[in-house]
Design a protein around this ligand. Structure first.
Ligand SMILES: [Fe+2]
Ligand SMILES: [Fe+2]
Length: 292
């Protein structure tokens, strides 16, 4: 079983969007995009990443949020087209939202992300459209969480919340999970930076509660995005692996665009590799990440 992991596509495209829709938090986001983010996040790179991943023939693809920049419909449409181009049936592509996918309170209330990606968040163990969703495929159980909540400008922190943690508690006790390798999808990493300010502005409010809720799994992979860098941590019984942004053009090899591949055999994660783009329009090289 080969699972591909892409994240933080941050596609942008605002043609046809009324200027009035930028008269809120999006104004700061638009300025960031105009003067900084747009220059380093390139949709053409995200397209190359997804083409390369499709050529690797994954059995399942996971996408851990921030598919858009400002949670606008044209961005969701474009991100959906990129994912569609993988050529996989929707039950084999699982997607969770990031903070940019609920950029405004209005987009969160309208459940815009769920409207566009409903077919990728169906659940076999709970009601579809709710989190966590659970999707069973051969030897894996994909558990999708939402850490995405709208925030004030310049705050990118996430939260799982009490209701979702309670539902997660019920999910991890399901017998169907015992014989399958669990892969947990969450946009924010389930641990915070040592700096309290950084944790408050960019981290996960209830990271400790999430780790405690996942501990009964006893094994598994937690796949996340948000940090825009490749990162691997062993946290108790769990492997926690972050992929970099799929659209990021960076001189830092840990941040340059790419994707991760996870090989699971006999209920065990046996290999973690990353494909790293050499340069925009260039080839991908493979690096191996430690498994234990
Ligand atoms: Fe991001
Ligand atoms: Fe994020």
């Amino acid at each position: 079983m080969r699972v591909g992991h892409v994240t933080d596509l941050h596609v942008h495209g605002h043609s046809g969007v009324s200027p009035w829709r930028f008269a809120n938090k999006r104004l700061t986001g638009w300025a960031n995009l105009r003067f900084h983010r747009g220059a380093i996040h390139k949709t053409s790179i995200a397209r190359s990443v997804l083409e390369s991943l499709a050529a690797d023939g994954p059995d399942h693809v996971i996408v851990t949020g921030d598919l858009t920049n400002l949670a606008l419909e044209p961005e969701f449409e474009l991100a959906g087209q990129l994912i569609e181009a993988l050529g996989l049936p929707p039950e084999r592509v699982s997607v969770v939202p990031g903070n940019h996918d609920v950029y405004t309170a209005g987009s969160f209330r309208a459940r815009r992300f769920e409207g566009f990606f409903g077919k990728h968040i169906t659940s076999e163990l709970s009601g579809s459209g709710a989190y966590p969703f659970v999707r069973l495929q051969d030897g894996i159980a994909v558990i999708g969480l939402s850490s995405a909540v709208p925030r004030l400008p310049f705050v990118a922190a996430g939260r799982i919340g009490r209701d979702q943690l309670a539902a997660l508690g019920r999910v991890v006790a399901e017998p169907a999970l015992r014989e399958r390798f669990p892969i947990v999808l969450v946009h924010h990493p389930p641990y915070n930076a040592p700096s309290p300010l950084k944790a408050r502005l960019e981290g996960l409010d209830d990271a400790d509660l999430l780790e405690a809720a996942l501990a009964p799994l006893g094994r598994g992979l937690v796949a996340h995005g948000h940090l825009h860098r490749r990162i691997h941590r062993r946290r108790g019984p769990l492997q926690v692996v972050g992929a970099t942004s799929a659209s990021l053009d960076s001189a830092d090899p840990d941040r340059m665009a790419g994707y991760n591949l996870y090989e699971i055999e006999g209920g065990v994660l046996v290999r973690v590799t990353a494909r790293v783009l050499d340069a925009p329009g260039g080839r991908f090289r493979e690096i191996e990440l430690p498994v234990s």
